[in-house]
Design a protein around this ligand. Structure first.
Ligand SMILES: Cc1cc2nc3c(=O)[nH]c(=O)nc-3n(C[C@H](O)[C@H](O)[C@H](O)COP(=O)(O)O)c2cc1C
Length: 384
């Protein structure tokens, strides 16, 4: 696939992976992107997961014909991208490896060598001339590993953005960018909003026509406004959508009923509302929806003087990713000493700028007139 006259796609699609990064469901697979820049010198931008080494090297060889790569640029050392570096270095012994100093340290750890005799160490502001194209290196520490560099090609105005702007899903499956980019970002990069904001500032200084990330599709100029706006909202921890996520867990169904009744009441009031059962939905999608919406309702039974395990895990995912700047409300249930709201408040106490709803719904076993009145009051409050 040609991206520009001189830049070719040589990545691979993975439909074998069951859980990406050991935890994320990827129903449409995953792409490990790699690109060739063919100029007086040839640069390969990143390698691919080790399961696809042969396919990737075959693609490179077919694209280059008689030529061999002069450089392999390693922007990021996560094994889904660096897993074929050692095999590539063996297949092309004349190729120089280009990476940050920290990436070479990681190569030593992963491959037993830091390619001291065939490497170029690059840092912020360094350049690598290929002929017509000159590569400019931009560091992106903790987006989302420390050694990450991004690369700007000034001839075709392409930003090779490492994992930034990527998404779940293989490239041979058509789907919109936003939902799976959101789930990817919130899940994997969400903790590093401050660092992403810093990179967005650097990117704003570049004249970018095309973004080539390491996952997901090539992004063209007409998409970049929306893509950058989404990244800005996510990394600044600003809600993307006015509305409510009702996230619930339930043992016998009564808390689920309360949660779904609240969701229905909110929808009737015209509030965009999604209700998710944390035991049965994709947890990463629930976390992404919590960051998408401006308001969150947490509904759970009290369980051994604590909250039900799925809710505990969910709140942990939120706080780990710096959940903040939202309105939060609680529905608790308990047969003898309901205390889930107190436990959840404590779990969220380190989270910045949360506004708590005045109404907490307390269910004692099953809904009754008193708890139904609380549900109605909460629906009113959240629709204001
Ligand atoms: C293992 C277990 C532990 C529980 N621990 C508590 C508790 O500490 N305090 C309490 O008030 N209720 C406790 N409950 C009762 C539930 O909170 C109660 O049955 C609640 O109504 C369940 O809501 P659900 O119908 O949505 O599952 C416990 C229930 C189970 C099964």
């Amino acid at each position: 696939m040609e991206i520009t006259k001189d830049i070719l796609y040589v990545g691979v699609n993975d439909h074998l992976v069951d859980l990406f990064e050991g935890q994320y469901d990827v129903p449409n697979g995953m792409a490990y992107n790699s690109y060739l820049i063919c100029d007086d010198k040839v640069a390969v931008m990143d390698s691919v997961d080790a399961h696809f080494t042969d396919e990737w090297i075959t693609k490179i060889a077919a694209a280059l014909g008689e030529r061999t790569p002069d450089y392999l640029v390693v922007q990021h050392m996560e094994p889904d991208h660096s897993g074929s570096v050692a095999a590539f270095a063996q297949a092309y012994p004349g190729t120089t490896i280009v990476a940050s100093a920290q990436a070479f340290n990681m190569m030593k750890a992963y491959f037993g060598t830091d390619y001291a005799d065939r490497r170029v160490v690059v840092k912020e502001g360094d350049t690598l001339p290929l002929g017509t194209h000159t590569l400019h290196f931009v560091t992106a520490p903790m987006v989302h590993w420390p050694e990450v560099i991004m690369t700007y090609d000034d001839a075709d105005k392409v930003l090779f953005s490492a994992d930034a702007f990527g998404k779940f899903g293989a490239l041979d499956v058509e789907e919109p960018w936003l939902p799976e980019a959101r789930r990817y970002f919130i899940g994997i990069v969400g903790k590093y909003g401050v660092q992403v904001q810093a990179v967005l500032k650097k990117a704003a200084a570049l004249d970018i026509e095309t973004v080539c990330s390491l996952h997901g599709p090539v992004l063209h100029k007409e998409q970049l406004g929306d893509v950058l706006a989404a990244y800005d909202a996510w990394s600044a921890y600003r809600p993307e959508t006015e509305g409510v996520l009702v996230a619930y867990s339930s043992i016998y169904g009564h808390t689920a009923e309360a949660a779904n009744r609240l969701a229905e009441a909110l929808r009737e009031k015209g509030v965009e509302t999604v209700a998710m059962d944390l035991a049965r939905c994709d947890m990463a999608e629930a976390v992404a929806q919590a960051f998408r919406f401006s308001k969150l309702v947490l509904a759970t039974p009290t369980y051994n003087a604590d909250v039900f395990p799925f809710m505990k895990e969910f709140i942990h995912h939120l706080t780990e990713r710096n959940y903040q700047n939202r309105t939060v409300a609680f529905i608790e249930n308990g047969s003898w000493a309901p205390m889930a709201a107190k436990v959840m408040t404590k779990m969220l106490e380190g989270s910045k700028n949360l506004t708590y709803a005045a109404t907490t719904v307390t269910v004692r076993g099953a809904l009754n007139a008193a708890s139904e009145a609380q549900l109605a009051a909460l629906a009113d409050e959240l629709s204001r």
